[in-house]
Unconditional design. Structure first.
Length: 214
């Protein structure tokens, strides 16, 4: 939603009549167009240190090329890059929305690749850099070097900045209500996972055992 124009369709009507579309409306339209675009997971960053090198100068150059001889594919690529360049939080929010779409539509192959690409850096940071095998399946831990997460992990856990909370690796979100969530987490490699209650908002620094909430 374009916050400065909430409930105001004037810009959209102007664009339909052939006028200049305000940039905020254009961004909202691009977001809806790419909310299920798997390329957001392919091109987007996989961890905080994996920053994208999409500069304003690059976007300006691509936009200038489009005005001269851009194809439809070029325009779609520009639109997606302009969304990924909005900043880390909005970039992750877009990836979260795409991941939720893949999980709901059961596009397993694409979801597995995108999940592994983000889960492995999390495991290395959490487990001290050891070799890790990952798999998609029922949440749980089988041994110190294998982690299985469900298809919703990318959208509900990674996308919500819940991957590691106070030293616990979060495998699944059991339920969430605002700034409080019950999660399925493991405290260290080789330990059995258990249900925990975490409070936020992100970065979700508090971890509480069930029954000990304030």
């Amino acid at each position: 939603m374009a916050a400065d124009h909430s409930g105001d369709d004037g810009g959209a009507v102007l664009a339909q009549l052939g006028g200049d579309e305000p940039e905020c409306f254009a961004l909202v339209r691009r977001w809806h167009d790419h909310a299920a675009d798997q390329r957001a997971l392919l091109l987007g960053s996989r961890h905080p240190g994996d920053a994208l090198a999409i500069t304003a100068q690059l976007l300006d150059r691509l936009r200038a090329d489009l005005d001269h001889h851009g194809s439809r594919a070029d325009r779609e690529r520009y639109a997606l890059l302009s969304l990924l360049a909005l900043g880390p939080q909005l970039e992750r929010r877009l990836q979260q929305e795409v991941a939720a779409h893949l999980a709901a539509s059961k596009q397993v192959a694409s979801l597995e690749a995108a999940t592994a690409g983000r889960l492995v850096p999390v495991l290395r940071r959490w487990g001290g850099g050891g070799p890790w095998e990952t798999s998609i399946g029922e949440p749980g831990v089988d041994g110190p070097a294998r982690v299985a997460v469900g298809p919703q992990w990318l959208a509900e856990v990674w996308g919500s900045y819940l991957a590691v909370v106070a030293g616990h690796l979060v495998l699944d979100v059991l339920d969430a209500d605002g700034d409080r969530a019950r999660v399925w987490a493991v405290s260290s490699p080789g330990r059995q996972p258990r249900a925990l209650t975490v409070v936020g908002p992100a970065p979700w620094r508090a971890v509480l055992d069930p029954g000990q909430e304030p």
